[in-house]
Design a protein around this ligand. Structure first.
Ligand SMILES: NC(=O)c1ccc[n+]([C@@H]2O[C@H](COP(=O)([O-])OP(=O)(O)OC[C@H]3O[C@@H](n4cnc5c(N)ncnc54)[C@H](OP(=O)(O)O)[C@@H]3O)[C@@H](O)[C@H]2O)c1
Length: 188
């Protein structure tokens, strides 16, 4: 049992022009065919260490439904899916939640988890940012311009200063940016 607030990281994979899915929800563009000679690749060990460090994933119901279709990438790590619908539970590690994000944090996340990753979609990440609940943002930019689709930052209506903590370029042309979210500065 833990009593401190967990670190909440928003993670999104985006096109260079800021879209996280095509209009029809397609995310096949995430498979890059690019090659960046100076880029790095993660070892199996680094991937395992990262996956073990995440205690819990949080996602919107559409991301959940899409992940079930595409092949579950979250292993046996607990997943909380936000929905107002009565969805079928297709995985033993999934819990459904309906309510405010504040209550989600205080009742479901804070008592159990230290390192929580919010993995989309667009509406949910926007809600976390607007309500000042995100500590970190990890943005993985793929080498593609989609022109249209579901935007990551869609007029969230609040301003935030960020601190760049890390950046990594990968062999497949993906660039990963890691930021700490600073205190809210102004509201429009
Ligand atoms: N590029 C990426 O990294 C990435 C990441 C994730 C997803 N995606 C893509 O993005 C698309 C889905 O994104 P999206 O923005 O359309 O949807 P989403 O955020 O996954 O889901 C939205 C739904 O979540 C539920 N929800 C959100 N907040 C809630 C709350 N406080 N209480 C209860 N329910 C709540 C509602 O579900 P109900 O309607 O069920 O009530 C809402 O309709 C998919 O195509 C997916 O593949 C891309």
């Amino acid at each position: 049992m833990s009593h401190q607030s967990p670190t909440i990281t928003l993670h999104m994979v985006s096109s260079l022009d800021g879209f996280i899915a095509r209009k029809n929800g397609d995310v096949s563009w995430m498979q890059s065919t690019d090659h960046y000679e100076k880029g790095t690749t993660l070892t199996e060990e680094q991937i395992t260490t990262f996956l073990q460090s995440v205690d819990c994933y949080v996602m919107g119901s559409r991301t959940y439904e899409h992940a079930l279709e595409l092949g579950w990438p979250y292993g046996n790590t607990p997943v909380i899916v936000l929905t107002n619908r009565d969805l079928p539970n297709k995985r033993g590690t999934v819990e459904f939640y309906s309510g405010t994000l504040q209550r989600l944090l205080s009742e479901r996340l804070k008592p159990h988890f230290r390192n929580v990753w919010v993995v989309g979609g667009s509406r949910l990440t926007k809600d976390f940012l607007q309500q000042n609940l995100a500590d970190e943002i990890v943005l993985s930019i793929m080498p593609v311009i989609l022109g249209d689709g579901l935007p990551f930052f869609d007029h969230i209506g609040t301003e935030r200063q960020l601190h760049l903590k890390d950046s990594t370029a990968y062999k497949d042309g993906m660039v990963e940016l890691r930021y700490t979210v600073q205190q809210e500065t102004s509201k429009h």
